[in-house]
Design a binder for this molecule. Structure first.
Ligand code: NIG
Ligand code: FE
Length: 425
């Protein structure tokens, strides 16, 4: 029988490990990951065609390209559900201040923090921001991330927020990493509005949001809901306005103080409530009832040296469906690696490697309303695949620091392959 032609066949895998389905896995189901030993993956065009025993697939298909996993584990492309990647300039001096005992909120109150990155972004050209962003997307790809949610939020004027979102749109056109843009004009109250913060909220609602929505530059709207930035009332007003314009809502909720952001996310029917270091019982219950997904960023309290961590395990036992994210940004977490996040979710929350895998793939995709197309390795889904050198999927969380990624496939195309070893031998 003539063999059917396909574009790409992934062979040589120790195992293919993936969650299944198109909706987020919650509670006890979170760690339901299927492991197929010795399976191959057949891809046609942008789509995953079949996963099955290698010998059968090799016999059935004639592939234009074969990608050898060399005994590694094959996983779905990682999805980072919370990042702030559009910025110019880093903030290592604040890192050092925190090592000496300063708190994040104190540094912000003294004019550092988000506002110091705002100064950098306002004075940066589009070209500069684009070059920096493309480099960061390269790094995401090398680490196995094939889709990122990416926020604006360091412009804080209408023109500078539009500039950041346009740079994101341009990067998305040029780069294989898929970008889901979020408008975060309510990240902080900029210097020039500190005397009358309500006027800044007016500007976000009346000027920024309509322009962003009209230009189709964002799919979500986020608010940094904290007493020192935007309280519950301001957050509610901004989020409702965003929803009326057709945007989904994600909130930075209960990150530094227990303000009630999780409950507000539930009231709003937000897609996600993120961080949640200070969420209480009522907040968790409200989220569960309203189907709000937690997006947990386990490296952030460590990086900020804040004592309180999110109750990762409690959220799962109460039946929620968490995604895990880096929160990549220059202030509170200068990290792009989801494998590292998986390890820390295991070590700090007690997530099993399988639970962490679901949280950086299917659950993260579902939090962006992309679960039907992304997040698992199943026939009919988009072929976003990470070929690792890991002997099994548990090593994803077990091994620290090193990138396990050997090759990355995005939309059916091999878009990254690790370079050769150092040549000393
Ligand atoms: O997610 N909390 C607000 N936003 C970021 C921090 C941004 C910054 O410090 O530049 C966060 O932690
Ligand atoms: Fe954040």
């Amino acid at each position: 029988m003539p063999r059917e032609s396909i574009d790409l066949l992934i062979t040589g895998a120790a195992e293919v490990a993936t969650a299944r389905g198109s909706t987020a896995l919650a509670g006890d189901e979170l760690g339901t990951v299927g492991v197929l030993e010795g399976a191959a993956v057949a891809i046609r065009g942008e789509t995953l065609l079949e996963i099955g025993p290698e010998a059968e697939l090799v016999e059935r298909y004639e592939a234009s390209e074969v990608l050898d996993a060399e005994g590694g584990t094959v996983l779905p492309g990682f999805v980072d559900a919370h990042t702030h990647p559009v910025f110019d300039g880093t903030r290592e001096e604040e890192f050092v201040l925190r090592l000496q005992g300063a708190r994040y909120a104190e540094i912000a109150a003294a004019g550092g923090g988000i506002l110091s990155t705002v100064r950098g972004v306002r004075s940066a050209s589009r070209e500069q921001l684009l070059v920096l962003l493309l480099e960061r997307l390269d790094r995401f790809l090398e680490l196995g991330t094939t889709t990122v949610e990416a926020k604006s939020g360091y412009g804080l004027t209408t023109e500078d927020e539009l500039k950041c979102l346009e740079v994101l749109a341009e990067a998305a056109r040029l780069h294989p990493v898929e970008v889901v843009p979020t408008f975060l004009g309510a990240h902080d109250v900029p210097e020039e509005h500190r005397g009358a913060p309500e006027r800044y909220v007016d500007m976000v609602v009346q000027e920024m949001l309509p322009r962003v929505a009209e230009a189709g530059l964002a799919r979500y709207c986020d608010v940094f809901t904290e007493q020192h930035t935007f309280g519950l009332e301001a957050t509610r007003r901004i989020a409702r306005a965003a929803q009326e314009l057709g945007l989904g809502v994600r909130l930075h909720a209960d990150q530094l103080t227990p303000l009630g952001g999780a409950r507000l996310a539930a009231e709003l029917g937000a897609a996600t409530a993120d961080h949640l270091e200070h969420v209480d019982e009522a907040g968790m219950e409200a989220m569960r009832e309203a189907g709000v997904q937690p997006v947990l960023c386990p490296l952030v309290p460590l990086f900020l040296r804040e004592p309180q961590e999110a109750p990762g395990r409690a959220l799962v036992s109460r039946g929620l469906a968490p995604a895990l994210a880096t929160d990549f940004n220059p202030g509170s977490c200068y990290l792009q690696s989801l494998p590292e996040v998986a390890s820390w979710a295991a070590l700090r929350y007690g997530f099993t490697p399988a639970e962490a895998l679901t949280a950086v793939t299917l659950n993260a995709a579902a939090s962006l309303d992309l679960g039907a197309r992304l997040g698992t390795l199943e026939p009919g889904k988009q072929a976003d695949v990470v070929v690792t050198d890991l002997p099994n999927a548990q090593h994803l969380a077990y091994e620290l620091a090193r990138s396990p990624v050997r090759a990355v496939v995005k939309r059916g195309r091999v878009v990254h392959a690790r370079g050769p070893r150092p040549n000393w031998r």
